[in-house]
Ligand binder design. Sequence first.
Ligand code: MRU
Length: 347
Amino acid sequence: MLDLNSQTAGFDRENNALVIIDQTRLPNEEVLLSLKTREEIFDAVKTLKLRGAPCIGVCAAIAMAVLSNDSTAQTEEAFIKEFEDNAAYLISSRPTAVNLSWAVNEMKKTLFSCKGQSLDNIKKALCDKASEILENDISTCKAIGEYGAKLLEKTDAILTHCNAGRLACIKYGTALSPVYVAKEQGHDIKVYADETRPLLQGARLTAYELTKAGVDTTVVCDNMSSYIMKNSLVGAVLVGADRIAKNGDTANKIGTSSLAIVARHYGIPFYVCAPMSTFDKNTDNGGGIVIEMRDEAEISEMWYEKRMTPEKAKALNPAFDVTDASLITAFITDKGVFKPEQIKDII
Ligand code: MRU
């Protein structure tokens, strides 16, 4: 079974299941789920039981392996048709994080590279590929942490938004990886975590994983960023990303672009931390990124005993926004640190 203290999601090959920590139950309950059907997996992504771009990608790869293993197709043609159908279904669960389609496409490449082999061989190759994608996520995030820790050598506190830590990946995370790696190297960095309305990924998840790891953590409301930066409480802002266009425009959790604007105003470095799988060579700029719109009830009802807004008041709930490349100091990736204008040459 999955070791909760070691990774966020796993591939239970013995029982052919995707195993996750149910992130909707954190921080109060640590509940493991074993997912086997495509409907269960779709629902877990849609309802954010599993979330965070890299984690969604890894879980999608495992899901494709699990579903392929369960296939009763007798011919290669029928197997491929079923695979394509599952792929399209899973990709439709959330539109913004590119890691989802990236991982499904990696699985598709494996499938096509095995064409002509027995279906048992193809299934095994898909399982091996999913395990490889999971392992790569861990080493990729560690590399982001190593590059990031160097940039933070003189910093003793950062501000982050949403959850771009180990819960959003498999281990280490992206924006929080430099904090974990710095800690391993003996340098403690304090973290101010935006609570991240409306789903509170910062207050619930970032604060959960950081305090569990012994990191000094302060939760702040989303509207406190100017106070924090004006008073020099942090030396840098680190965030993750769901999709980065060729020109460096970056989609991330709603509220990220306001942070970048405030950081620019106060001269504080604003770093986007992401693996190469989050860079989208098919999207020229932020205008081409589809922003997921979520249920109004997440704003007006969720977390409250009674509806909090008047019945007639509508609520607007875009899950992400796009930060202009011009506001980003640098991208911290697993391949090094890059300026926005370098992105088109490295993807
Ligand atoms: O809606 P979520 O919780 O999936 O949004 C997650 C984020 O916006 C993260 O910052 C992003 O996926 C990067 S995770 C390393």
